[in-house]
Design a protein around this ligand. Sequence first.
Ligand SMILES: Cc1cc2nc3c(=O)[nH]c(=O)nc-3n(C[C@H](O)[C@H](O)[C@H](O)COP(=O)(O)OP(=O)(O)OC[C@H]3O[C@@H](n4cnc5c(N)ncnc54)[C@H](O)[C@@H]3O)c2cc1C
Length: 611
Amino acid sequence: MAKIKTVFEDCDILVVGGGMGGTGAAYEARYWGRDLKIVVAEKANIDRSGAVAQGLYAINCYMGMQWDENQPEDHVRYARNDLMGLVREDLAYDMARHVDSSVHKFEEWGLPMMRDPKTGRYQREGKWQIMIHGESYKPIVAEAARKSADKIYNRIMITHLLMDESKPNRVGGAVGFNVRTGDFHVFRAKAVIVGAGGASHIFKPRSIGEGMGRTWYAPWSSASAYALPIMAGAKMTQRENRIVLCRFKDGYGPVGAYFLHLKTYTQNAYGDQYEANWYEHTKAMVGDYIDHLPTPTCLRNHAFIEEVKAGRGPIHMVTKEAFQDPHLETVGWENFLGMTVSQAVVWASQDIDPKYTNPELTTSEPYVMGSHATCSGAWASGPEDLSPDEYYWGYNRMMTVDGLFGAGDALGGTAHAFSSGSFTEGRLAAKAAVKYIRDYKNDNIKISDKQYEDLKQTIFQPLDNYQIGRNEITGGTVSPSYILPLHGLQRLEKIMDEYAGGISVNYMTNEPLLQRGLELLATLQEDLNHIGAEDLHQLQRAWELKHRTIASESVVHHTLFRKETRWPGYYYRGDHMKLDDDNWHCLTLSHRDPESGEWTMEKAPVYHIVD
Ligand SMILES: Cc1cc2nc3c(=O)[nH]c(=O)nc-3n(C[C@H](O)[C@H](O)[C@H](O)COP(=O)(O)OP(=O)(O)OC[C@H]3O[C@@H](n4cnc5c(N)ncnc54)[C@H](O)[C@@H]3O)c2cc1C
């Protein structure tokens, strides 16, 4: 341990994760905090990191207020409807009223936007989506962050937050390690903004073995955005609200442009459009929600899942008609080239030309995240002018730990933010973080040597475990003294899949299964104290797994707490198969005691601030 170098950085604002939320935070922090020291710590390289690494073909959240296309109220209604009534309307409204200005900045910075040749407006893909040539979306926003921050640290995986020892429940920075050099990094900061993305690979994916890196949400989204605040004692919300996607089979290629722009549709193996056949069945479960327009995403999934269970799969996307139009055919292919090239490769390898063959769709394994169509994440304060008392404690987007802010996937309650909304949330969080620092300008953060030295020992322990334990191996890779990150990951995915409602059980779970899942997660946690890392790459994998496991615990606790099936198509509580608005028209909150590891759950009211 002595030979590991320690690098110190003292700053005002530390941004953890340089994705969409993090780049927005760095940009805005500089605007309000000209004199402040702003530092970003990014696990990969900010130019191509996060869920937008590969590019996007559409910005999914743009109001178009300049042309009176939509207003923020409309977006709140839309997100609320899609989430079966449960969102943080204050956060959603706040994001929506600012998101257009972020998109205008993207264009100013060089992002090529498609325009409607007739109106000159941005080309709409759907009511909320606008189409872009977005292969370079991420480098463009990264450049804005690079020009704004004092320093960007690439290749630093943040593993823990530091806590201020002069004041209870206040953050004081973060620690992590450089995944290339192995240096230990200590960041002391007055405010920390977490924008570390969502969580893939907590449920067993459909792609396994050598293909397991092919998931819908980015495989490097390793739940740090949840584990870091949870370990620091921050409250979480709506963790049960996982997302299941209907996507093209095997490549997880996006379907939005196909449904919305190409006007393709689905049918079962026998050519029937099946969705309407499940109307009565779904109505019996969720009541009037099935009559809402647009039909909530989970309910469309539900019809898909039931149709396949009834033996009439596979479900196909009818592309043969649209692809006869050369323009639509081009759009269909370009849609993948801008963000999921691998879907085109999969089709080529499977002899599928969508002009002549209707490709198969599938429902994905569940993911946990707060910026796409679901709203799982940290419980944060809303803005002063909009939020009811229970939702407001001084600083917009601040979690329940003082000085700890979040953006994008990290935050709960704000569904349908997507890339532009996450960037906007980063901006809102940074503005509030600057105010927080100014308000407490006389306070100094106290971090003892012991606090970070203990963490240093913990962080690098897996390297020692491996070095020592490998001597006991007589053949193969299995040691009696440690488990490897891949073994641990597969064990986690199996537990979550079988006990918490993954693909192999058709998204079904119940109280006994969840209780057993918690027991198995507890033994996994014990074994993770003995995880072995062969090198720095595996050390990163070890910490990603630890973050995923804590995040998974929170998902199971929330799923257990909510005794209803609120989102059929995302998951089912077999012991409570109906939506129950009388008892569960509420948000769920959890808190993990950082000392004891004990979880407590509570309900929080849903305030409908928009009609
Ligand atoms: C397949 C796919 C398709 C999508 N399609 C669209 C679309 O068409 N339109 C749209 O608008 N949005 C789309 N989105 C959504 C959009 O990408 C996300 O909403 C957005 O990127 C979330 O922003 P974020 O900052 O929370 O996370 P990210 O952008 O993922 O950024 C997280 C960052 O944190 C870093 N990080 C993670 N852990 C650590 C750690 N421990 N230490 C340091 N750094 C860390 C990561 O490397 C990454 O840079 C899509 C997402 C995916 C995956």
